[in-house]
Design a protein around this ligand. Structure first.
Ligand code: PLP
Length: 446
């Protein structure tokens, strides 16, 4: 393929073809991929090299929280890149000092120290280590309806089918019951879920369990919001047995739900909290494990056997500090809480109009529509871990009409950048509204 050497001279087709030939795409059968080439992005909009405009209704991977192309962050990146690109983690930098202080200010309760990683999965790997080193115990508990990342330990904690092909994984991971059963719209009663966890703790032996991991709000497995009292109950069980509670806020954190962190909605302070994505709004790779004061304190005299060449990378940290300033300057938490109400209105309207909308949930701008063939008996539009002709057609319609979002299983995710306006939100839901006409055809008697 003869290509002009000037940057910006390639067509979408050329970019896709060369990328497919020489680069590998995650979570894909390589021969089946059909990537969209993106040249630039601004706010909630992505632009192809030919200038086609696509509405980003999923903030890429629920991660570009402040929106695309914010000069305040790109300028901070450039400034740091010009001043100092890298020192290894045993040195320190002003940006590290400043970001650490800022995070300690916004983290829940007495969490006041962060170990920086490059992304979410590495944060999970290191949270496992912190919990094991701190407690001297080895087992970690996790749920089925969970995704924690694709490195080996994080993949083992992941309960969803993405784990299957990667087994066997880490030794010592034990499952405990989910708050929501697959294919059911409502959560189990809180007492039943907590009893399930308590049973597992009893049978495994509390003295062998280092940590209970959970996504505060289950993310890619369905935006499952825990019923009130559940997180408090997990906190109490962990306290009772000297087990660390680890909240994975890689996706739910940094304003997505209208608060800094999802745990803030229930006033629960986990012992460890993993973060990534919204920390830099994905402008650069960065993750972290935040810890409560007593956990950090233990490592004042105890060796931590873990490290990463790029822990505390100055340029990523500069992106994080600038991103946090954007959340604050633009009042994005308040805006998200308000737009979350607007999103709920759209969800309700669609549920009233379309028999295929079986359930909808959102907290802030973390939202989802679950599609069904039938409400009674409750029949999701796809089988577990599968797809269907109708679901594929819905996905294709959204793509053809320039709305990007995730449509796993029987769901349509609605997780736009937090800077989205009411008009832009309405525009996105107009496209989804039309796509749902296709799903309605699958509903018996509709
Ligand atoms: C809840 C949760 N934890 C961990 C991860 C892994 O993060 P990363 O892809 O940055 O490794 C993800 C990614 O989607 C996630 O949603």
């Amino acid at each position: 393929m003869a290509i002009d050497a000037t940057s910006g001279a390639m067509t979408s087709e050329q970019i896709a073809e060369l990328s497919r030939r020489h680069t590998f795409t995650s979570w894909s059968v390589q021969g089946a991929i059909d990537p969209i080439a993106i040249d630039r992005a601004e706010g909630v909009w992505l632009y192809t090299p030919e200038g086609r405009r696509i509405l980003d209704f999923n903030s890429q991977l629920m991660s570009v929280n402040i929106g695309h192309g914010d000069r305040r962050v790109t300028d901070a990146i450039m400034e740091q890149a010009t001043r100092l690109q890298f020192v290894q983690p045993a040195f320190t930098t002003e940006i590290r000092a400043r970001l650490g202080e800022k995070l300690a200010e916004i983290l829940p309760g007495d969490m006041d120290k962060v170990f920086f990683t490059l992304g979410g999965a590495e944060a999970i790997e290191n949270a496992i280590k912190f919990a094991r080193h701190f407690t001297g115990r080895t087992k970690v508990l996790a749920r089925y309806r969970a995704y924690h990342g694709a490195t080996m330990g994080a993949m083992t904690l992941t309960g969803d089918p993405r784990r299957w092909a990667n087994e066997p994984g880490l030794v010592g991971v034990v499952r405990y019951p989910d708050t929501h059963r697959w294919g059911e719209a409502e959560p189990r009663p809180v007492a039943e879920s907590l009893q399930g966890l308590e049973d597992v703790i009893r049978y495994e032996g509390p003295h062998t369990i280092a940590a209970v991991f959970l996504e505060t709000i289950v993310c890619t497995n369905g935006i499952l919001i825990p019923p009130d009292g559940y997180l408090q109950g997990v906190r109490e069980l962990c306290d009772r047995h000297g087990i660390l509670m680890v909240a994975d806020e890689v996706m739910a954190g940094f304003g997505r739900t209208g608060r800094w962190f999802a745990v803030d909605h229930w006033d629960v302070v986990p012992d460890l909290m993993t973060m990534a994505k919204g920390l830099t709004s994905s402008y650069l790779p960065l993750g972290g494990v935040a810890m409560r004061h007593h956990v950090a304190e233990a490592f004042e005299t105890k060796m931590f056997y873990g490290g990463l060449t790029y822990s505390s990378h100055p340029i990523s940290l500069a992106a994080a500090l600038a991103t946090i300033r954007v959340y604050e300057e633009d009042g994005l938490l308040e805006h998200t809480a308000r737009m979350g109400e607007v999103m709920r209105g759209h969800h309700e309207r669609l549920a009233a109009r379309h028999p295929s909308v079986g359930a909808h949930r959102n907290l802030g701008l973390f939202g989802i529509l679950d599609l069904v063939r039938s409400h009674d008996p409750w029949t999701p539009l796809t089988p577990f871990n599968g797809t269907s002709v109708e679901m594929k057609a819905v996905g294709a319609y959204l793509r053809e009409h320039d709305l990007y979002t995730l449509t796993p299983n029987n769901s349509i995710h609605t997780n736009p950048p937090l800077c989205i306006s009411e008009d832009e939100l309405a525009h996105g839901f107009e496209i989804i509204d039309a796509a749902l006409d296709i799903a309605d055809q699958a509903v018996a008697g509709a």
